[in-house]
Design a protein. Structure first.
Length: 432
């Protein structure tokens, strides 16, 4: 769905969203640049966000020139955009007090594509000014911050300005139950033994078994092997038929789902009134960062002063709700103590880079006697070493890739040859 590119387009889209969006009179925002008397908790939250951005600068993750701190005197927040979305004054007060990143790349990045802020989420877009393109920024900020999420998902769970905290993968649970039933069914088929049907005849055949000669036993064993091979071949043939039928059924179902999704998107594109299905933000909610590469978004409720953390990759609309002030204090402390490293390194599971960067910081005196110049020099040396190591390992990577390809081909040949040999053997025995 196309984002608005002009103020006029934005105004028309907002009209279609009534009654969910009720524009306010811009005069309710008393302070054009910086709030004179903000709520104490709003002021504390803004101060903590300033501290977090300053910490990123001190840790040499982003340059100081990439961040603009309040008051934004020369390039203030556009109050007419805020009024158009009906944002409450406490939200606007916070927006006027927050720092803004210019969108440039950080000095290193192991996380989201355009600069990691927190857990795959990125630094928030700059809402200041009224230059071309700011309408799309406001639209995503105030209406659709999780714009990559499936449209139908939003329609089911997000009607009417309601940020809901629940697992969104209800369909996944249903599919899992169906999968378990199918596994049970397949397990029963695999465990079922036709020889169990003949257990009742075993006693009747005991005397006959005692009178058999060695030649008879050998002949019987050959016959049994033929029977087993025939049964295996028939079972394999049946499994192949069932697998092909299942694939065809799945393909037909997938085609139906894709057709329904295309019809849904076509309807949304041609009937803007249904854009209201995309809404879930209330006018007292505000995001503290943007989605990034399907990552985490922090939603602040300015009535309860709680933060809800979403995680699109994990399929949850709300991982938890926490008091905003202690939450932000904890985030800052995690970076200060090097439990988290800026740029997407949050624990040793993130590879050698986590340990390397942690060592760089401690070697350079973090936190009390930190030497930025030494850190910069050692980091450049580390990156050069890593680049050279990657270059030196290129032949090995190509060789491993080649070996993997050859192994796959040889295994396919062996499976094919074995199947042909087995089929030929059975056919010869059947026609002799």
């Amino acid at each position: 769905m196309n984002d608005p590119t002009t103020y006029e387009q934005l105004t028309e889209k907002i009209k279609l969203l009534h009654p969910f969006v009720e524009p306010k009179d811009v005069s309710i925002y008393n302070d054009p640049i910086y709030p004179a008397n903000p709520h104490p908790k709003i002021a504390t939250i803004a101060s903590l966000m300033n501290e977090l951005y300053t910490l990123f600068i001190d840790m040499q993750y982003i340059p100081a020139s990439s961040v603009s701190f309040a008051p934004h005197t020369t390039n203030p927040i556009s109050l007419r955009h805020a009024a158009l979305f009906g944002l409450e004054k406490q939200v606007v007060d916070l927006l006027q007090m927050l720092p803004y990143h210019d969108g440039s790349q950080p000095d290193w990045n192991f996380g989201s594509d355009n600069g990691e802020f927190l857990f795959g989420g990125e630094f928030d877009d700059d809402l200041r000014g009224e230059e071309e393109g700011v309408e799309a920024v406001w639209w995503r900020k105030c209406v659709d911050p999780l714009y990559y999420l499936d449209v139908d998902w939003k329609g089911k769970r997000a009607v009417g300005w309601n940020l809901r905290c629940e697992n969104v993968d209800d369909e996944g649970e249903e599919m899992e139950e169906e999968g378990e039933k199918q596994e049970q069914k397949e397990g029963w088929l695999m465990m079922y033994n036709h020889q169990d049907d003949d257990d009742g005849e075993e006693d009747e055949d005991e005397d006959w078994d005692d009178n058999m000669t060695a030649e008879d036993e050998s002949s019987l064993e050959d016959s049994d092997e033929d029977d087993i091979e025939s049964e295996e071949l028939l079972a394999l043939h049946q499994e192949t038929i069932e697998a092909e039928a299942a694939e065809q059924k799945e393909a037909a179902l997938q085609a139906q789902l894709e057709e329904a999704e295309q019809a849904k998107r076509h309807m949304l594109d041609n009937d803007p009134r249904d854009e209201r299905l995309l809404l879930y933000l209330r006018p007292w909610h505000v995001t503290l960062n943007k989605l990034g590469n399907h990552g985490t978004v922090l939603f602040l409720n300015t009535h309860t002063f709680t933060i809800s953390q979403t995680d699109q990759e994990a399929g949850t609309i709300c991982d938890f709700q926490h008091n905003a002030i202690p939450y932000l204090q904890n985030v800052i402390n995690k970076f200060k103590t090097l439990d988290w490293i800026p740029g997407g390194l949050y624990s040793p599971i993130h590879g050698d880079e986590y340990a390397a960067y942690k060592n760089l910081y401690t070697t350079c005196g973090w936190p009390n006697a930190f030497n930025p110049d030494k850190f910069h020099a050692l980091r450049k040396q580390y990156e050069k070493t890593q680049d050279q190591r990657y270059h030196d390992q290129e032949p090995l990577r190509k060789f491993c890739e080649h070996v993997g390809t050859m192994q796959s081909r040889e295994l396919s040949k062996l499976h094919h040859a074995s199947a042909v040999q087995k089929l030929s053997s059975i056919m010869r025995k059947n026609f002799v």
